[in-house]
Design a protein around this ligand. Structure first.
Ligand SMILES: Cc1ncc(COP(=O)(O)O)c(C=O)c1O
Length: 470
């Protein structure tokens, strides 16, 4: 008799890609400057560790916030008992104001349309539960965040249909790619309920252009479907063109209070912008009261603890701090990004031009032994086990072109990044040398083969001459 559920026993969790496998390998042999200097360097984790000092110095100056105190008085009991799933009003107010600030105050958010969740993971899944039935589909532009195969599909039974984007236009979303994905879904008899994008994109590290956003609004208007914009990286935009939120586009087009307005939903989280994935703070923002109401009830399954909400309500209400944090963090990301791309360039490797996020989308097509996903896997394994860097292969992000990799730059020290760059340069140099040797060897072999053929020819000629003479 089977004792566990189908969900628990079937491998439908979407966590079996190389993206997750690389993390497991890293855990077995993690790099440490002193204890394991030849270990694997983690470059497959989109964590932001660049601005911890800013958070820590704020905490040191504001001990009450983390010490369960308000105006010097303990609020321990209040926090311990607080369990309203609507969330702490002071925190929701601070969070919507922070979201506006990141968008240059071009859009304002209403805290009553915000639902708190345990990270963006929970926000995305909750939205799937609210917007789609099992067996219905969402369209996602490729390459996409590998965690979506788990977050959107596993427990909800929702299907993902890829919108195939290509390097020919820098992986931008096009009208024909959207239409094609829609038709693919129909061919598979899947009812399309919406499109989900990440803006800025994980794994591309690029912001979605205004043209693309307008295209998406036109598409969901024409098809009568939803649009989810996962804006978890909105505060990481460190270069032009700046970040444009989907809400800004709707407001510019005067779509407020229309049917389309109600079908657009934003996902947010403090995991990336504030570098706090361990705190599990995420949110859904929706203009549809029915979605807000259902998602709030569902949020009971993944609430944010009240002491976390309290601490962050005090931190995010400190406008001087948030302003400085956001701009200083972006400055540091920009510098790190530059370090990675110039280090890679030095090794003869290019990246897709990017302006946001905690990673680069790296083009290693020239290092493949053939233009296939088998060759991408072969290269990924070499980089993981020989070079000892964990990077994410494009195939795990459903990229349709072999040879692209996502490489993270904000989860390590500058020294570690330098070491990683040295390792990759040494690897590329040695493979180029091996290839040169191989081609020299090959040309020597060809030379030898030619002389051998000549010799055989001469020999047989001589034999023939001899036999003729006989
Ligand atoms: C696009 C995207 N959405 C959601 C998540 C999950 O974030 P969280 O830690 O807030 O659950 C991630 C994490 O990498 C992400 O990149």
């Amino acid at each position: 008799m089977k004792m566990l559920s189908r969900k628990a026993t079937f491998n439908s969790h979407g966590q079996d890609s190389e993206y997750f496998l690389g993390w497991e390998e890293y855990e077995k042999n993690a790099y440490h400057e002193v204890e394991n200097p030849s270990g694997i360097i983690q470059m497959g984790l989109a964590e932001n560790q660049l601005s911890f000092d800013l958070l820590e110095s704020w905490l040191a100056q504001n001990p009450d916030a983390a010490g369960f105190k308000r105006d010097g008085e303990s609020i321990f009991r209040e926090l311990a008992l607080f369990q309203d799933y609507h969330g702490l009003p002071a925190f929701k107010k601070a969070l919507v104001e922070f979201m506006s600030e990141i968008r240059g105050n071009k859009v304002s958010f209403d805290q009553n349309k915000l639902v708190l969740t345990a990270g963006a993971t929970s926000a995305n899944e909750t939205l799937m539960f609210c917007l789609a039935n099992p067996g219905e589909a969402f369209l996602l532009p490729t390459p996409y965040y590998p965690g979506f195969d788990r977050d959107l599909k596993w427990r909800t039974g929702v299907e993902i249909v890829p919108i195939q984007c290509s390097s020919s236009n820098g992986f931008q979303i096009t009208e024909s790619a959207l239409e094609e994905a829609y038709q693919q879904a129909q061919k598979r008899s899947l009812k399309v309920k919406g499109v989900l994008i990440t803006n800025p994109s994980n794994p591309l590290g690029t912001t979605t252009s205004r043209d693309e956003l307008n295209l998406l609004v036109n598409f969901i208007t024409a098809k009568g479907i939803h649009l989810i914009s996962d804006e978890i990286y909105s505060g990481t935009v460190f270069d032009s063109p700046g970040f444009v939120s989907i809400m800004e586009v709707l407001m510019d087009r005067n779509y407020m209070n229309t049917e389309v307005w109600k079908r657009v939903h934003i996902v947010y989280s403090l995991s990336k912008d504030l570098g706090l994935p361990g705190f599990r703070v995420g949110a859904i923002y929706s203009n549809d009261v029915a979605v807000v109401s259902a998602a709030t009830k569902m949020s009971s399954f993944g609430l944010v603890s009240s002491q976390t909400q309290y601490l962050l309500s005090v931190m995010l209400s400190d406008k001087k701090f948030t302003k400085n944090y956001v701009s200083e963090n972006q400055k540091r990301l920009k510098q790190r990004h530059q370090m990675l791309i110039s280090g890679l360039q030095n090794a003869g490797i290019d990246c897709l031009k990017s302006n946001a996020g905690l990673f680069c989308w790296v083009d290693m097509r020239h290092l493949l032994s053939s233009n296939t996903f088998e060759a991408e896997m072969e290269l990924w394994k070499k980089i993981l086990y020989d070079v000892r860097l964990n990077i994410s292969p494009g195939s795990s992000c459903h990229c349709t072109e072999p040879g692209w990799f996502r490489v993270c730059f904000a989860n390590m020290s500058e020294d570690t990044l330098n070491l990683a760059l040295q390792r990759i340069k040494a690897f590329v140099d040695s493979s180029t040398a091996t290839n040169n040797n191989q081609s020299r060897h090959q040309s020597n072999k060809n030379q030898r083969r030619k002389s051998f053929t000549k010799w055989v020819f001469r020999l047989s000629f001589r034999d023939r001459e001899a036999s003729e003479r006989l």
